[in-house]
Design a binder for this molecule. Structure first.
Ligand SMILES: CC(C)(COP(=O)(O)OP(=O)(O)OC[C@H]1O[C@@H](n2cnc3c(N)ncnc32)[C@H](O)[C@@H]1OP(=O)(O)O)[C@@H](O)C(=O)NCCC(=O)NCCS
Length: 169
C-alpha cells in the first residue's frame, strides 16, 4: 500500500537522493534547474509517495515560473521520479494525476514540463509551441496542459524564474 502525502522540509534530502538514483548524473545542469534556483517548490502540490514501511517510493515537485508578460505564474512540473523497484505500477501516473487535480482545485491555470511526450500525453500534455525555455532545451520536449479552459491561450514568450508570490491568480 503506497500513500501520497505533501512533501515536508524534512523530506528534502531523501527526495534529492531518489532523483539522483533515477536521473542521469548532471541532472542539475539542465536548463529547467535554472528556473528552480532560489525559488522554493510549491508547497502542498509537491508530494512524496511512501510504502507501508515509510520507505520513499516516488516524488513529484512543482515550481512557479513566469511566462512572458502573463501576470500570474504557470506551474513547472518536475522532477517526478519513481524508485526502480516500483516503476510500472502506476505510481508515476498517480503522483501526476493527484497533483494536477490539487493544482486545479487550488486555482492554477496552466502547467508545463520538459519531458517525453509519449509518456506525458496520457495526462493530456501536448507540445507548447508559443513558449521559449532557456537553452539548451529541445522544443519538442516542452509540453503544456490547461488546468482551466484555454489556460494557455494568449500566454506566450520566454519562460523565466518566478520571484513573486506563489499563489495563482
Ligand atoms: C517516468 C516515471 C516517473 C514513470 O513512473 P512509473 O510509476 O513507472 O509510471 P506508470 O506506472 O504510471 O506508467 C508506466 C507506463 O509509462 C511508460 N513510460 C515510462 N516512462 C516512459 C517514457 N519516458 N516514455 C514513454 N513511456 C514511458 C511505461 O512504459 C508504462 O507503459 P504501459 O502503461 O503502456 O505499460 C519513472 O519511470 C521514472 O522515475 N523514470 C526515471 C526518471 C524520469 O525519467 N522521470 C521523468 C522525467 S521528469
Amino acid at each position: 500500500m503506497i500513500e501520497l502525502m505533501a512533501e515536508q522540509p524534512a523530506d528534502r534530502w531523501e527526495v534529492e537522493a531518489l532523483y539522483d538514483l533515477c536521473f542521469a548524473p548532471g541532472r542539475e545542469a539542465l536548463s529547467s534547474y535554472r528556473l528552480r534556483e532560489a525559488v522554493p517548490p510549491v508547497s502542498g502540490l509537491s508530494q512524496v509517495a511512501r510504502d507501508e514501511g515509510g520507505i520513499l517510493a516516488g516524488a513529484i515537485r512543482f515550481w512557479p515560473v513566469r511566462v512572458g508578460e502573463a501576470a500570474d505564474p504557470a506551474l513547472l512540473l518536475g522532477p517526478v521520479a519513481v524508485h526502480p523497484t516500483h516503476q510500472g505500477e502506476g505510481l508515476g501516473g498517480a503522483l501526476i494525476r493527484d497533483s494536477l487535480a490539487k493544482a486545479a482545485e487550488a486555482g492554477w491555470s496552466r502547467v508545463l514540463l520538459v519531458g517525453d511526450a509519449p509518456y506525458y500525453r496520457r495526462f493530456g500534455f501536448a507540445p507548447l509551441r508559443a513558449v521559449d525555455m532557456p537553452p539548451p532545451t529541445n522544443p519538442d520536449r516542452v509540453l503544456g496542459l490547461d488546468l482551466v479552459a484555454d489556460g494557455w491561450a494568449d500566454v506566450h514568450g520566454q519562460i523565466l524564474s518566478w520571484r513573486g508570490p506563489q499563489q495563482p491568480g
